[in-house]
Write a protein that binds this ligand. Sequence first.
Ligand code: ADP
Length: 272
Amino acid sequence: MRDFVGTCQVLNLMNEISLKRTLSKINLGGLRYFDSIGSTNDNALAWAAEGARDLSIVIADEQTQGRGRLNRKWFTPKGSGLAFSLILRSSALSPHLSRIVGVAALSITESFSGLGLDPRIKWPNDILLNDKKTAGILVETVWSGDDIDSLVIGMGINVYKASVPPAELIQFPATSIEDVLEKKPPSREKILLNVLNAFVYWRERIGTDELINAWERILAFRGEQVQVHTAGEIPITGELLGLESDGSLRLSDVHDKSVIIRFGDVSLRPTA
Ligand code: ADP
């Protein structure tokens, strides 16, 4: 067994035994690992509907049908990145649901900062390094009638260079931790451990000003002109000011009027 795990580490492969060992100090509800899967979020949604415990996790080395918002594709080629989905099942989260994407985003940015990198959050759900997309978050909900049964938080992180999709497949420039660090990054397991530790920290503080302040401080394009595209509506241009207490985005438009952008299918771009 030791040989198998050791070989996996040398070859930088992921395996369930080693993942479980690395993550043993995190109070996970359960762990499922797949060498290859369609989408970790799809598996987690099904597992949640079957009653998965709080803080269960689905991890895959490769996603063949990884999803972004509105069924846009998220690419996770084999051996190149981190793709995982967390199942959350706590009534304490209910009053703060709109802040959960901030908890996830801060977990990723803190793991990046720990590597000496300088990440920014492209509101609402992307993490940038050098203004290029390096990670994405997809929050989905499992309903039970009119009530929320559980949440699934999918995260995709580009760790090695091979995780970066070809330019023709993406709308926004992309990069990886390895590209920006210019040296071999720590193992994907170690990065995952750091993300999960930060996730546990921020989830406990989901209702606090500390969360909103930390989230706001690390927003990309703060104080700059941006354009926000919302499905079917005229794009809004304005200066990115910060966040409302529910995590909505606050801009100042061309007439100096404050505009609040709520979550939904919005995408944000710098205007320059
Ligand atoms: P948006 O860019 O509008 O925030 P999503 O958050 O839904 O979109 O993410 C999906 C988009 O991300 C895809 O349409 C594609 O352009 C891009 N993408 C897919 N895989 C990756 C990846 N591994 N790294 C960076 N960008 C990616």
